[in-house]
Design a protein. Structure first.
Ligand SMILES: Nc1ncnc2c1ncn2[C@@H]1O[C@H](COP(=O)(O)OP(=O)(O)OP(=O)(O)O)[C@@H](O)[C@H]1O
Length: 260
């Protein structure tokens, strides 16, 4: 376990790291004022500090939209989101960005990194935004942890897709935000690299971070302690992690039982 990284803020007893209530997102349809696409419908959930949760469901069921609304990257049409008990919905864009910089991290398949910054600078960025810079040793340690010491000075376009993903992992390992959102973090990786990413996410949760991961990979989903199953914009069920077969069955059952 990395011992020199920043620790996530200790949440007050009983306050979830992330919570949403009655969250909905309706995309307007051009030219049809009264109609829209309901991508997320009345979702309520809470993630405890140190929990690892995955979100599964058939393509188009609303996983990425829910993640984006929870992460403050999209505005829900209705409902509330709170991080460490502080409401993020309804904040000014500036205040929301500040709260995100302080407490939220991202591991996305694409658009992960600031293109003009080196791997090292990308890892250091959350600390700069929080005005609590990480030490050079902390950044180096995180890059070493993901096997990228030799690439520290390279720009994102000089790295492979898998290496860019690892820089994003190093960034959250170093800054340890209260909540990490991971969208298909293993999709473009070979089996060994995917297993390593899941190990690092689990390492984060052991240090107190709440991780929410969207994935189509049942084996990856089953690494989480809790698997939420979505269909047609709703979270329709949950199961404990550990059994990829049970996750596949739950997704198939959701698809068979519902749909838009
Ligand atoms: N910008 C948008 N405008 C209109 N409809 C959208 C928009 N983005 C998503 N949708 C619709 O919202 C629904 C949910 O999409 P979303 O991308 O959240 O699903 P998903 O479960 O993440 O799918 P996938 O697994 O294929 O990535 C889909 O019906 C999609 O067509």
């Amino acid at each position: 376990m990395n011992t020199t990284s920043a620790s996530p803020p200790s949440p007050s007893a009983g306050v979830p790291a992330l919570e949403c209530r009655n969250l909905s997102r309706v995309y307007p349809l051009p030219g049809r004022r009264r109609q829209g696409v309901t991508a997320v419908s009345s979702v309520s959930l809470a993630l405890a500090a140190g929990s690892f949760t995955s979100l599964v469901g058939a393509s188009g069921c609303g996983k990425s939209t829910l993640l984006a609304c929870l992460a403050g990257l999209d505005r829900p049409t209705q409902g509330t989101v709170s991080v460490l008990g502080r409401r993020t919905t309804g904040l000014s864009p500036r205040a929301a960005a500040r709260l995100r910089a302080e407490h939220v991290g991202f591991v996305f398949q694409e658009d992960n990194l600031v293109t003009a910054l080196s791997a090292r600078e990308n890892v250091a960025l959350p600390g700069r935004l929080r005005r609590r810079p990480l030490s050079r040793a902390q950044v180096s340690e995180a890059l070493a942890r993901v096997g990228l010491s030799a690439q520290a000075s390279q720009l994102p376009h000089e790295l492979s897709g898998g290496e860019r993903q690892r820089v994003a992992i190093a960034r959250v390992l170093a800054s340890r935000p209260a909540v990490v959102f991971a969208d298909e973090p293993t999709a473009a990786l070979d089996a060994g690299a995917a297993a390593a990413v899941l190990d690092w996410l689990a390492e984060l949760t052991a240090a107190g971070t709440a991780v929410l991961m969207v994935t189509h990979d049942a084996a990856a989903a089953a690494r989480a302690g809790r698997v939420l199953v979505m269909d047609a914009g709703r979270v329709i069920g949950q199961l404990p992690g550990g059994d990829p077969g049970a996750v596949s069955d739950a997704v198939l059952a959701a698809r068979a039982g519902g749909g838009r």
